[in-house]
Design a protein around this ligand. Structure first.
Ligand code: MG
Length: 388
């Protein structure tokens, strides 16, 4: 049994960087990782830990809106504005914590390490008051220049240092004040420069620093993605008219489809497939035909609603596939436009949207041209820890 540190422990999360190396405009800590902004996952790891009394985040003031969105609903004090360097940001955060937590131990942690485990936090807290997690180097190391290996480097004495880094708040703040204006890449380096001894505990390979686009892929793989397939089926009968709505398109025809809404049989089947993938009931639960509000409604509203429910669960829509069953109208000429339209509604590229059509060889109600049927499948990935 570990013996807990008796003084309170607080976490300081450094999210002040504006790194956009992973591509896209938004700084990486605000981008979704497994359906949840990376920073939210990082913050939650500490908020959920029973030995952490408080969490303070330092952000770049330019990112305040993205920050507020990312941590909406979490129990956090107002963020603190960071400085020009990581070191300046940490110092600003420590100053903000100093009054309420003068006697505390502080865990200083990078926002870009969202997979930090409760066990690693415990290891740091149990190990003392000047400790960092570290891992050995497995690869061979060489010094190089101009693309040529110059010399071997002994890896036995090298360690890869991670965060959270655990210090007495008073000591680490004093070191930051004394060395203000220098630019150390982490607090272990700064503490050493200030004359403190820093020890190590075993780090965690899963606690990777998510920097590049490849890191996002790896981190999501570590989150345990859970693929779900939902299916949907729908039928609408013909009635007199001069057009039908199918797959979000108005298609001229010598009949119309009867229904409470626009009777878009393909979008209804697809909406049910998405709802099915997250076990969220069916289209009738969300849009009761008894509600006059949905009379003549554009069925793209139903599909967008199902899409948003998937996104709220932290899910990612991977692919959808629709089969339309009818003798007429001909679907083939409209297939490309349907894939574009559905892709736009679901924010998917058309290569993730499949539309197929078949007849029933004149058999059954579709064969007798009494109506149109459609079935659909949707593949959705859900991730551990999403949806809160
Ligand atoms: Mg329907």
């Amino acid at each position: 049994m570990s013996k807990p540190i008796s003084s309170p422990a607080v976490a300081l999360i450094v999210a002040g960087g504006r790194g956009v190396r992973a591509g896209g405009g938004l700084p990486k800590q605000y981008r979704p990782l497994g359906g949840v902004p990376m920073l939210r996952r990082t913050v939650r790891a500490f908020l959920d830990h029973p030995r952490i009394a408080g969490v303070q985040v330092v952000v770049n003031p330019d990112d305040r809106d993205a920050y507020e969105q990312a941590v909406a609903g979490l129990d956090l004090p107002p963020s603190i504005a960071g400085g020009a360097t990581r070191q300046a940001s940490v110092r600003a955060g420590l100053l903000g914590l100093a009054e309420a937590f003068a006697e505390a131990v502080v865990l200083i942690h990078d926002a870009a390490r969202p997979l930090v485990s409760a066990a690693l936090i415990d290891r740091c807290l149990d190990a003392g008051r000047s400790v960092v997690p570290a891992l050995p180097v497995a690869d061979s190391l060489r010094r190089a220049g101009g693309g040529v290996l110059v010399e071997a480097v002994e890896r036995e004495r090298l360690l890869r240092v991670q965060t959270p880094q655990c210090f007495d708040l008073r000591n680490v703040l004093a070191a930051h004040q004394a060395l203000a204006g220098s630019d150390h890449s982490d607090d272990a380096a700064l503490m050493m420069a200030a004359g403190h001894k820093v020890t190590t505990v075993a780090g965690d390979e899963r606690n990777l620093k998510v920097t590049s686009a490849e890191d996002f892929v790896m981190a999501e793989a570590l989150l345990g993605p859970s693929p779900r397939v939902g299916t949907g089926y729908d039928v609408h009968a013909f009635e007199p008219g001069d057009h039908v709505w199918i797959g979000g398109l108005r298609i001229p025809h010598d009949r119309a489809l009867a229904g409470h809404s626009d009777a878009d049989v393909a979008l209804h089947a697809l909406t049910d497939a998405l709802l099915g993938a997250i076990a969220a009931g069916d289209i009738g639960d969300h849009f009761p035909p008894s509600d006059p509000k949905w009379r003549g409604a554009d069925s793209s509203l139903f599909l967008e609603h199902a899409r948003d429910l998937v996104l709220e669960r932290g899910g990612r829509i991977e692919h959808v596939d629709i089969t339309i069953v009818c003798e007429a109208p001909k679907i083939g000429p409209h297939r490309g436009a349907m894939r574009e339209r559905i892709g736009a509604l679901l924010r998917l590229s058309p290569d993730r949207v499949s539309v197929k059509a078949t007849t029933r060889e004149r058999l059954g109600f579709t064969g007798r041209r009494e109506g149109i049927a459609a079935q659909a499948a949707a593949t959705v990935t859900l991730f551990e820890g999403a949806g809160r």
